[in-house]
Design a protein around this ligand. Structure first.
Ligand code: PRP
Length: 174
């Protein structure tokens, strides 16, 4: 699979610069508050690991696993939570960290699901945003790169579970 034709979309240096910028904004916005960061498995794990190490504020972390069932690269619109957080978020400041927002279905569902537990605040940070692909109205509060349509791998993002380990983001060529 890693023999697929692809080109670098975002280099390590570009990613590092962007992660630092977002971390600086988050550190400023949550200064003096108790922040819990929730990563969405699996895709977000690399971005989240880089992001929290650039924060200048303390945070706690937890994870959820969301599966959207569909064929190939298309989501069906049906989101199922297959792993819950292990922390109580009632009255806490929560930041969801995601690798990519595409149709918006996963995050729209997850935000509603977590809000039922009455956090003090709930915001979303997404590394990539495919804004034009939305099927539901959804805006992330912190966005790394906004990109056009196109299939991307690397930096946590996969194609059939391959290529997550690549340190850069690649655009797969058809
Ligand atoms: C990807 C990505 C988001 C979701 C975005 O996850 O990590 O969670 O799809 O798509 P949406 O905006 O259309 O809902 P995927 O289901 O591929 O799982 P993964 O994180 O394990 O790769």
């Amino acid at each position: 699979m890693d023999e697929m034709r692809k080109e670098v979309l975002y280099s390590r240096a570009e990613i590092q610069k962007k992660v630092k910028e977002i971390a600086s904004r988050i550190s400023h916005d949550y200064a003096g508050r108790e922040l819990i960061i929730i990563g969405i498995l699996k895709g977000a794990f690399i971005f989240m690991a880089d992001l929290i190490r650039e924060l200048s504020i303390p945070c706690m972390i937890d994870f959820v696993r969301a599966a959207s069932y569909g064929a190939g690269q298309e989501t069906s619109g049906k989101v199922v939570m297959t792993k819950d957080i292990e922390t109580s978020i009632k009255g806490k400041d929560i930041l969801i960290v995601e690798d990519i927002v595409d149709t918006g279905l996963t995050l729209a569902y997850l935000v509603g699901w977590l809000k039922e537990r009455n956090p003090r605040s709930l915001k979303v940070c997404a590394f990539l945003d495919k804004r034009k692909r939305r099927k539901v109205d959804f805006e992330a509060d912190y966005v790394g790169f906004t990109m056009d349509d196109g299939f991307v791998v690397g930096y946590g993002l996969d194609f059939n579970e391959q290529s997550r380990y690549l340190p850069e983001v690649y655009l797969v060529k058809k």
